[in-house]
Design a protein around this ligand. Structure first.
Ligand SMILES: CC(C)(COP(=O)(O)OP(=O)(O)OC[C@H]1O[C@@H](n2cnc3c(N)ncnc32)[C@H](O)[C@@H]1OP(=O)(O)O)[C@@H](O)C(=O)NCCC(=O)NCCS
Length: 140
């Protein structure tokens, strides 16, 4: 990790920079649940499981962990383009998994768009496995 890169709990004041980072990257599928109020609510409900990586005052990585009392969910794992392939997402993922386990999550899930091959390669490299036995149903 770069000397001045710090892993930290996400704060409400970080949300503008987090959203800027998400908007700069393909693959995240941003929607109505990503406006400032929604992310504020998410962080307030999950104060120990939303993480950022800071470098010289800028946010270069994020991950949102959510625990619903039964399962853990990982959202918006993202690393700024120039910083990718340095192990930062691995670091964020390992730490959010630990934070979710600390909350009591036994199983942890995440969603990846089928055309996001970079993220799929990443999660496979991290030891996560693709479920072939489940379809997702959404109420829009
Ligand atoms: C997916 C993402 C988070 C990976 O971040 P990263 O910091 O580059 O990942 P790491 O450096 O920890 O990668 C660890 C390993 O994952 C695999 N990997 C990561 N990115 C990859 C890519 N683009 N293509 C193929 N394999 C990849 C490699 O095996 C890599 O190890 P290596 O660099 O030694 O080969 C980053 O590409 C990103 O922010 N993408 C846009 C947002 C996104 O799609 N997020 C996922 C939402 S579900």
């Amino acid at each position: 990790m770069a000397d001045n890169c710090i892993l930290d709990i996400a704060a409400i004041d970080d949300i503008d920079m987090m959203r800027e980072l998400w908007a700069s990257l393909p693959g995240l599928g941003l929607g109505p649940g990503d406006d400032k109020a929604a992310i504020t609510g998410f962080i307030m409900r999950n104060p120990h499981t939303c993480l950022v990586l800071r470098n010289n005052g800028k946010i270069i990585g994020t991950v949102l962990g959510g625990f619903d009392g039964r399962r853990g969910y990982v959202y918006h794992l993202a690393v700024k383009q120039d910083y990718q392939r340095n192990g930062y997402a691995t670091l964020l993922l390992e730490n959010v998994v630990q934070a979710l386990k600390n909350e009591g999550a036994g199983k942890i899930h995440l969603l990846v768009f089928r055309d996001n091959s970079a993220a799929q390669s990443f999660y496979s490299a991290c030891g996560w496995h693709l479920r072939e036995d489940i379809n997702i149903f959404s109420l829009l």
